[in-house]
Design a protein around this ligand. Sequence first.
Ligand SMILES: Nc1ncnc2c1ncn2[C@@H]1O[C@H](COP(=O)(O)OP(=O)(O)OP(=O)(O)O)[C@@H](O)[C@H]1O
Length: 378
Amino acid sequence: MIEAAFKGRLGSFDLDAEFTAPGQGVTALFGPSGCGKTTVLRSIAGLMRLPAGRLVVNGVTWQDGRRFVPPHRRAMGYVFQEASLFPHLSIEANLTFGMRRQKAPARIGLDEVIDLLGIGRLFDRHPTQLSGGERQRVAIGRALLSQPELLLMDEPLSALDRFSKDDILPYLERLHAALSIPVLYVSHDIAEVERLADTLVLMEAGRVRAAGPIADVLANPALPLIRLPDPAAVIDGTVIATDPRYGLSEVAVRGGVMTVPGLLGAVGTRRRLRVLARDISLGRHAPQDTTILNALTARIEGAEETADHQVTVRLRLGADGMGAALVARVSRKSWDMLGLRTGETIVARLKAVALVEPARQAAPQHDKSGIQARPWQS
Ligand SMILES: Nc1ncnc2c1ncn2[C@@H]1O[C@H](COP(=O)(O)OP(=O)(O)OP(=O)(O)O)[C@@H](O)[C@H]1O
C-alpha cells in the first residue's frame, strides 16, 4: 500500500493532498491542468520537499516529519513527459546504464524488459534515430531496470502524436498485466485513464476530491466525472465464450454477460469494456425484434437531471442491483414517459459495448486546455 500526504504552498498555489493507493496495479492521478498532479508526483519522488509530507511505500517510511529519504535512495523509477535518454549512448547502453550499480537481486531482467516493451531491434541505434513512442518505451525500460518498488509516470504519452500514443498503449497494458509493482500514473486524459487505471485519485485545485476503484469513482454522482459531456463506465470482465462464426465474444461481468464484437482471446482472458452513457437506452422489458445484442437486467441506483433536459441515470447490473456500475443518459421526456424511479429494476439495452482499445477512444487531448473546456469543473 502507498500512503501519501503532502501539504504546502508554491507561490500562490496551496496543496493539501492525501490519499492511499493499493500496493499493486495502476493508480491514476487525474484532474485538470494545474490541479497539482505533478507536484504530488515530484513530492513522492523526493524531487520536491513541501513543508509537511508523509509517504509510506509498502510499509517503509520514505518521508515523515523527521525522515526524508533523498530521491536517489528511493527505490523508484520515474518516467517523464519526454524521454530523457543520453543522446551519446546507444539504446543498449541507455538501458543498462543503471544496472551496473545494483546490489539487490533483480526483480526484472533485461530480456523481460526487451520482450515486454518490444525494444530488442532498437538496441544498436541512438536516441535521435527513434520515434517519440520508441524513445518513451526505452525510457520506461530504463526505469524498470533500476528495479523500482514504485514506478512513477508523469503524462508519459502527452508529448506523443495520436499514432504514437496508439502504438505505445498496448505496451503499457502489457506492463500493467506483468508488473507486480505499483504504478502511479499522472494524466489529464480520461480515455487513457479508463484504459489503464485500476484506482483513480481525482484531484481538484490542490486537493484530492476522491480516491478509489476506477469504476466507482467514474460513476459517483457526487463527483464531476459523471457530468462529463460523454460519460462512460468501465467494466472489467472475463471471456467465457467466443463465436468465430459471428466474430463475437461473451464476457462475464459482475451482474451479467455482455456480447462484445471481436474474438477477445481464450476463455478466462480478462478484458476491460467501456460503455458510453449515450449508448444505453432503458426499458421495462427485454426488447424483441431488435438488432441490439445486449439487454441486461439492472437496477436504477439514482438519477440526476443534467443540462439540456437530460437525465443521468446510475445503474447497477443484476436483478439484485449488486453488479457492475453503468451510467445511462436519457432524455427527460423519455424518463417521465416511462415513469422510471430510483430502486426500480429495468432492462438496460446497450447499443454498443467496446473493448477499451485505442481505435475506440475519445478524441485525443493533446491540448492541455481541452479538459478545462469541459463543463465538469463548473
Ligand atoms: N515551483 C513552483 N513555484 C510556484 N508555483 C508552482 C511551482 N510549481 C508548480 N506551481 C504551481 O502549482 C500548481 C500545480 O502545478 P502542477 O504542475 O503540479 O499541476 P498539474 O496538475 O500537474 O498540471 P499539468 O496537468 O498542467 O501538468 C500550478 O498552478 C503551478 O503553476
